[in-house]
Design a protein around this ligand. Structure first.
Ligand code: AMP
Ligand code: MG
Length: 312
């Protein structure tokens, strides 16, 4: 059910959970100070409680209630990229329940840019914990309809906010002893972060013991088998199967092709990624062959998602 700002506000104050639009992907939001609301988020998504949630704020005052202090190293990043698709890790305040951070001492925080989501946050006396609004492990939702299709019967409703402009999740950055680390590739390119802080950052996005379960190896996956690699190689490997090719730009050949961006824009490709994966997943193909994109800018985040969506 689609709901209004007024209904969204009302449901959240009663510790219900709802779908919300953000510029990255749709979120499943609840009162970040309420263990009851946060537990409902995990339950609706069927998300393991070892996978911590991102807390969303829309003012410095709200930020100060969520974190124990703001490291000086973050100030330039906050100034450049907030509001926007950048998530930063902070020591958490005592107001944040351990369930939000899966018991970790740090909390992930983001100041989102989507106007409807900002308006909602600003109307509330508490921040919102919100992971992506998909069943755990499946493709993230980039429209209100995606959320309704998959979680509609488990949540209070969805606030409509159009299609997500960025289309992939936020970039997650941590700082420890002055050293920056990217824990998840996302909507802000690593190159842009490096430009702002004036030094290289380490990218540490894969782990068998995830500090950040966006780091889990298998994630964001369609039900259809997805193979990530060179198109010609994939066509040989799966000869005789019903194949769809998810390419960067239009690709010529005797097969069904869905380009992510006909004009070769990585930004557009990111915005289309999850929508097209979902569409292909519903069309009855036996295999989706997804081609690697140029590994620069948002291409890195897209490759990361495709790799995690793929069979090993
Ligand atoms: P989602 O919003 O579904 O993309 O999931 C939020 C992601 O943020 C998690 O899967 C983690 O990767 C990351 N995250 C949230 N909180 C923390 C934290 N305290 N430390 C490290 N990573 C975190
Ligand atoms: Mg997610």
């Amino acid at each position: 059910m689609l709901i209004t700002q007024f209904q969204a506000h009302h449901l959240l104050t009663r510790n219900e959970v709802i779908g919300v639009p953000t510029e990255t992907v749709y979120g499943l939001a609840g009162n970040a100070f309420s263990e009851t609301a946060v537990a409902k988020i995990f339950e609706a998504k069927n998300r393991p409680t070892f996978d911590p949630l991102i807390v969303h704020v829309a003012s410095h005052e709200m930020l100060s209630e969520v974190v124990s202090h703001v490291p000086e190293e973050y100030l330039e990043l906050m100034q450049h990229f907030w509001p926007g698709p950048l998530t930063l890790l902070f020591q958490k305040s005592t107001e944040i329940p351990d369930l939000v951070t899966s018991g970790l001492p740090k909390v992930a925080v983001r100041w989102p840019a989507h106007p409807e989501f900002q308006a909602l946050l600003q109307s509330l006396p508490f921040p919102l914990a919100a992971p992506s609004a998909n069943p755990f492990g499946y493709i993230s939702p980039t429209s209100a309809q995606h959320v309704m299709d998959q979680l509609g019967d488990k949540i209070g409703g969805v606030l409509e906010g159009g299609e997500c402009e960025v289309g992939v999740e936020s970039t997650i950055v941590d700082v420890e002893n002055g050293e920056f680390k990217v824990l998840r590739l996302g909507g802000i390119a690593v190159e842009d972060i490096e430009r702002v802080i004036g030094k290289k950052v380490a990218v540490q996005t894969s782990s068998s013991q995830p500090a950040a379960p966006g780091m889990l190896d298998q994630h964001y996956a369609p039900k259809t088998k997805l193979w990530w690699g060179d198109i010609q190689e994939g066509l040989k490997l799966f000869e005789g199967k019903k194949i769809a090719v998810l390419s960067f730009m239009a690709s010529e050949g005797d097969y069904f092709n869905q380009p992510l961006s006909a004009r070769g824009s990585l930004t557009e490709a990111a915005a289309h990624l999850f929508k097209y994966m979902r569409q292909l997943d519903g069309q009855g193909w036996e295999v989706i062959i997804a081609e690697p994109l140029p590994n620069i800018g948002l291409g890195r985040a897209i490759n990361d998602r495709l790799l995690r969506a793929s069979i090993k």
